[in-house]
Design a protein around this ligand. Structure first.
Ligand code: 5GP
Ligand code: ZN
Length: 116
């Protein structure tokens, strides 16, 4: 999608600090980290939000790929010996600000239940 920021990051038209990549997904550092480690797991294919993703066969395949690769992604993020939080904000009321599905992988400090 031409106007989508994360599609531009996927295509290389916008800069990002990539820590992991395969054919289906890219993982890069969040520009406004809320913890020492804060990366975004982003499918290369554009899905607007999680529900759009899981209601398509392609999207479910990518989600399953993310699940399979999670240990490798956690390792690339340097969180293999620590806990972490994996978050998806879905649609406006869920706090989603970028309309291209993504998962926040957050860690490197103790996290409490924070629901701003
Ligand atoms: P959401 O609020 O949609 O769940 O998360 C969007 C995330 O994208 C936010 O944590 C925000 O800091 C991050 N973000 C917004 N613009 C950029 C950008 O240009 N580059 C990177 N790396 N992260 C961004
Ligand atoms: Zn997109």
């Amino acid at each position: 999608m031409k106007s989508c920021l994360f599609c531009k990051i996927v295509s290389g038209d916008a800069a990002s600090d990539i820590i992991y990549e395969n054919d289906d997904l890219i993982v890069f550092k969040d520009i406004h980290p809320i913890a020492p480690v804060h990366v975004l797991i982003v499918p290369k294919k554009h899905f607007t939000h999680l529900i759009e993703m899981v209601t398509s066969e392609d999207g479910r395949a990518v989600l399953s790929n993310i699940a399979e690769l999670l240990p490798d992604i956690v390792l690339a993020a340097g969180l293999e010996n620590r806990g972490f939080r994996l978050v998806n904000n879905c649609k406006e009321e869920g706090g989603q600000t970028i309309a291209h599905v993504h998962f926040h992988l957050i860690g490197g400090r103790p996290l409490k239940l924070e629901l701003p």
